[in-house]
Design a protein around this ligand. Structure first.
Ligand code: ZN
Length: 183
């Protein structure tokens, strides 16, 4: 007798017969040696039952919806009622919520940004300020924030590193920017 074992399955060879056995000690395949080949006996009802077991198991409607590439509910109902797909076995009480999150997100659209907005016509007509911070780690110079100021017309910009974002500090930086942007 010769034995092969792979994970939970083992194959036993005895005289001119071979048996594939799973962990439950049940023979799932048997084969007879004919010449130099083992011919599998396919007419065993148990084998058929084991193979089809997973396909026969009823599955929720939501699972089928995902498996069928998020097909519309009406399409899946049509497949079921007209028996168009083999083994499309759905729980009787199962249904899909009309609010399938993935379908909602996938159908979202966005309007393009409006390119026609008016641009500034002179320096300091409009400036853009962004203050970032506080940092989790203070710099060696004691800086916790940084501030970016951009002039909308000339696109002149200044980056300032700040220890605090008090009104006085911000005003001083703005005055400095105001002077430099006009040069
Ligand atoms: Zn969906």
């Amino acid at each position: 007798m010769f034995k092969l074992s792979i994970k939970e399955t083992e194959a036993n060879f005895k005289r001119n017969k071979a048996f594939i056995r799973i962990q439950t000690r049940t023979d799932i395949i048997s084969a007879t040696c004919i010449g130099q080949l083992y011919v599998v006996e396919m007419d065993k009802p148990q084998l058929t039952a084991l193979i089809t077991q997973s396909k026969q198991k009823p599955t929720s409607f939501a699972t089928w919806h995902r498996h069928l590439a998020y097909a519309r509910v009406e399409i899946i109902h049509q497949m079921m009622t007209e028996n168009l797909v083999d083994r499309l076995n759905v729980y009787r009480e199962s249904s899909i919520s009309k609010l399938c999150e993935n379908c909602i997100y996938s159908k979202h659209t966005a309007h393009p940004y409006n390119d026609n907005k008016s641009r500034e016509k002179e320096i300091l007509e409009c400036i853009h300020i962004d203050i970032w911070g506080p940092c989790q780690v203070q710099s060696t110079g004691g800086v916790l924030y940084f501030m970016v100021i951009i002039d909308g017309f000339s696109l002149y910009q200044m980056v300032a590193f700040l220890k605090s974002k008090s009104a006085e500090v911000i005003l001083n930086i703005f005055k400095s920017f105001h002077t430099e942007a006009q040069c």
